[in-house]
Design a binder for this molecule. Structure first.
Ligand code: NAD
Length: 480
């Protein structure tokens, strides 16, 4: 098995250690060996990106379009193989992985187009004989740090705009999913980027990631991950005046009103609570249900949960794959124990040592807590597993207040047939994204993505709004 290396200054480079990438659906299955970079190698990658910046920042829109479009095309051509790798290393089901890989391709093609559409304004000055031009310029070297739960889509939605707007990149993926990151780096390398414009350094956050926060040559850091790490990233970047963008955790509410279509409500709650093994930042882990529909809704949820197949991520018919690794499984089980200790009633939530074929993996049946109260830890802290709690409320006003009663603010959803309540909820939900009669997870790639309060910091990602982070504005005055 050949070692997959880091990409530094256009050269594939050996690491100082090896990370063995394994399959959470069958822990006996080794996917491959991946090089772990040292701190010094991360510094070399920063130097390479810094040296490549002047030329790449002046590359033509056509050059950038051609490269990003070619990356998108190759991802589409190799969709089956890349989806299989993603499902095998992360544990989401094959249909979910196919969706994610397709999204990554679409993002590269979207930003290929954006490279051809640089905006700008020409205004008359308030002074006679003077003109004013407002343009956007690339920032410089960008450090990109990503989590494990979307191993190709999140890297794509950071790398594509960074390069499209003329920045150079040092990319550090999450340790547990180097396979998709390496495959993407290989595609980018062969697409014709100049040496150093894109660098891959796999390794630990505390070693490789830390370099990206501290090095003065890095002009901006875009981070997605947990709140604790995000706060460290922000402190380090703000401390040295670097631009920073954070997308972090969530405790997303989904409100179900008495007038909801029961099938729509249950479908959305099952999807956004349990699919992708609950490991989506936009997952709804708090379902707030008004009392007139509460018992029918809970009964329908429990019935539906019994039909969900928890099995190998790549097996046809699997609804829920394994948890990503032993650490995340331990965290999920700890919260299930906490919920029981707090007095909530548990349905499901059993850990399974093997799948239906006897393969050892990190399997967990979906867990639903009923009879919960707002102050319980399972209603306040992000669990990041297939664990959902239900809170019973009297009516819409209490539901809205409870939905907003959280330090997070990423996504917020409602199931209702009332236009009045849907309209009011869209305006008053304290979240970056609001969904009506749809799961809170599942978003488009051409519009802004991000949250409020403790979930996000800095400008939005994706769509044309990505330019806010990856460019800096210049105002030029000229005598006319
Ligand atoms: P994490 O914070 O543990 O790690 C994220 C990344 O930060 C990894 O690449 C890690 O190596 C790196 N890192 C860790 N310590 C670092 C340090 N000291 N300096 C620099 N980098 C460091 O998060 P995770 O467990 O990989 O991902 C799960 C979390 O991500 C959840 O909280 C989830 O809600 C969040 N998430 C948020 C979004 C969003 O857009 N809001 C999307 C996906 C995931």
């Amino acid at each position: 098995m050949t070692m997959k290396q880091n990409l530094i200054g256009g050269q594939w480079t050996e690491g100082v250690r090896t990370y063995q990438n394994t399959n959470p659906s069958d822990t006996r299955d080794v996917i491959g060996d991946y090089a772990v970079a040292s701190r010094e190698q991360a510094l070399e990658a920063v130097a390479a990106a810094h040296a490549a910046f002047p030329a790449w920042s002046l590359s033509t829109p056509q050059q950038r379009f051609d490269i990003l479009d070619a990356v998108g095309n190759e991802i589409i051509t190799r969709k089956a193989e890349l989806s299989d790798l993603l499902a095998r290393e992360e544990g989401k089901t094959l249909p979910e992985a196919i969706g994610e890989v397709g999204r990554a391709a679409a993002i590269f093609k979207f930003f290929a187009g954006e490279a051809l559409r640089p905006g700008g304004e020409v205004l008359p000055s308030v002074r006679p004989g003077v003109g004013v031009e407002i343009t956007r310029e690339p920032l410089g070297v960008i450090g990109l740090i990503t989590p494990w739960n979307f191993p190709i889509a999140i890297p794509a939605w950071k790398i594509a705009p960074a390069l499209a707007y003329g920045n150079t990149v040092v990319f550090k993926p999450a340790e547990v999913v180097p396979g998709s990151a390496w495959a993407l780096a290989d595609i980018l390398h062969r697409a014709g980027l100049p040496a150093g414009a894109f660098n891959l350094v796999m390794g630990r956050g505390s070693e490789v990631g830390a370099v990206l926060l501290e090095d003065e040559r890095i002009a901006g850091v875009s981070f997605t991950g947990s709140v604790g790490t995000g706060q460290r990233v922000a402190a380090a970047c703000v401390g040295r005046g670097a631009k920073v963008q954070l997308e972090m955790g969530g405790k997303n509410p989904f409100v179900v009103l008495d007038d909801a279509d029961l099938n729509v409500a249950v479908g959305a709650a099952i999807n956004s609570g349990f699919f992708s093994t609950g490991q989506r930042c936009t997952a709804s882990s708090r379902v707030i249900v008004t009392e007139g529909i509460h018992d029918r809704f809970v009964a329908a949820m429990i019935e539906k949960m019994k039909t969900l197949k928890v099995d190998d991520a790549r097996k046809a018919g699997t609804d829920i794959g394994p948890v990503v690794d032993d650490r995340q499984l331990a965290q999920d089980l700890e919260y299930i124990a906490i919920g029981q200790k707090e007095g909530a009633k548990l349905h499901g939530g059993e850990a399974l040592a093997t799948n239906a074929d006897g393969a050892p993996g990190f399997y967990l049946r979906p867990a639903l807590f009923t009879e919960t109260t707002p102050e319980m830890r399972i209603n306040r802290e992000e669990i990041f597993g297939p664990v959902v709690s239900i809170q019973r409320v009297k009516g819409y006003d209490e539901a809205l207040a409870l939905a907003n009663d959280t330090p997070f603010g990423l996504a917020s959803g409602i199931a209702t047939t009332s236009l009045k309540h849907a309209t009011h909820f869209k305006r008053h939900a304290q979240a970056g994204m609001v969904m009506v009669n749809l799961p809170t997870a599942g978003v488009d790639y051409h519009v802004p993505f991000g949250g409020r309060k403790g979930s996000s910091y800095g400008s939005r990602e994706q769509g044309r709004y990505a330019a806010e982070f990856y460019t800096t504005v210049k105002t030029a005055y000229i005598q006319t």
